[in-house]
Write a protein that binds this ligand. Structure first.
Ligand code: PLP
Length: 335
């Protein structure tokens, strides 16, 4: 068996320690770091009935000298606070959450894999108030946890070109909640994604409500061609990816014209006759699309393989994350 074959699937193994803090009577308490174990929750907890929950996902990287660096933690914490606000959950204190992340990384230092692996950090916020009559009442009490997981490839095939089903019927979220990283959005994508897998052997669904290209179930979507990048402009309907922001910055550094605007399925199918398409996210990094499937027909993206621009941009980002290229934008924080 190869080393890659022995690696656990993304997210299936947890590092041994987690950080936990509770919110009661209008204030966060002191956090604790402790061994990962089941948590106690009332069966009437708000989160279990009314889905008052949001989470984050970002990575810490081990550099060649053994030091560990977390990538754009502040931006992820800001996004989590934004998610909490939209869900009327208590907002995490940014300094406390950063301390919790650093404490977990510090206590799980041995679990940070060497490149190309990383320690994936997963803060989770849940409404804990016990009240089954609170459909229209926010949770007054909450818990914030930080979990960690050593990870490698997100897509089982590594750099294999992806098959993506283009779906202009279903939506992955309510229009005002797409920018919120909350479990319900993933629940909404689950059925269409599993159906696309069974029916079309698709890796993911690209949601295009009303024919406008949005994002996939767990990543943003970008189109690339020589010196040009196109992606949907930020609005409330989809997640504002930190990887998206990083890649757009790197593309601008390289002299790309970066276009952020709405575009429809017809424009995308036209683009991919010669251009490239890719999914961007913490887990996917930048994963090339080889085939789009739309209304039962298959459309080859470029040559059908992972395109050279996708590879180059991915390599550039990963080199910064892994400490092999200078961090000109100050994205890494040593822990
Ligand atoms: C729905 C969705 N869109 C986009 C992204 C990409 O966001 P980020 O680049 O911050 O990981 C994610 C998470 O990876 C996601 O779950």
């Amino acid at each position: 068996m190869t080393a890659a074959a022995q690696r656990p699937a993304f997210g299936t193994v947890l590092a041994p320690q987690m950080a936990v803090v509770s919110y009661h009577s209008g204030a966060w308490g002191e956090f604790q770091v402790k061994p990962v174990a089941p948590i106690e929750l009332s069966p009437a907890a708000h989160v279990l009935h009314y889905a008052s929950t949001c989470f984050e996902g970002f990575k810490a990287f081990r550099h060649a000298d053994g030091s560990v660096h977390v990538f754009r933690m502040d931006k992820h914490i800001e996004r989590m606070r934004q998610s909490a606000r939209h869900l009327v959950l208590p907002e995490p204190d940014p300094r406390q959450l950063a301390d919790m992340v650093r404490a977990v990384i510090d206590r799980c230092r041995d679990a940070v894999p060497e490149a190309p692996g990383a320690l994936y950090m997963r803060p989770l916020l849940i409404g804990t108030t016990a009240n089954i009559g609170a459909a229209a009442t926010p949770a007054a009490d909450a818990s914030l946890l930080v979990l960690a997981s050593p990870v490698w490839d997100y897509f089982a095939g590594g750099m294999k070109p992806l098959r993506i089903l283009v779906d202009d019927v279903n939506t992955r979220s309510a229009a005002h909640l797409g920018m919120v990283k909350t479990g319900g959005n993933y629940a909404a994508a689950m059925g269409p994604t599993l159906a696309a897998r069974t029916k079309f052997q698709a890796d993911q669904v690209l949601f295009c409500p009303g024919g406008q290209v949005q994002e996939t179930g767990a990543a943003n979507f970008v189109l690339l061609r020589e010196h040009e990048l196109l992606t949907r402009k930020l609005d409330s309907t989809f997640l504002h990816g930190v990887t998206r922001d990083s890649l757009l910055t790197l593309a601008r550094d390289l002299g790309y014209a970066v276009n952020e605007r709405e575009f429809d399925v017809a424009a995308m199918l036209d683009w991919v006759k010669t251009g490239e398409a890719a999914l961007s996210g913490t887990a996917a990094v930048l994963a090339g699309v080889g085939t789009l499937i739309y209304r039962g027909q298959e459309y080859r993206v470029g040559t059908g393989g992972v395109g050279p621009l996708t590879c180059a941009l991915r390599t550039r980002l990963v080199a910064i994350q892994q400490g092999q290229a200078p961090d000109r934008h100050g994205w890494l924080q040593r822990v």
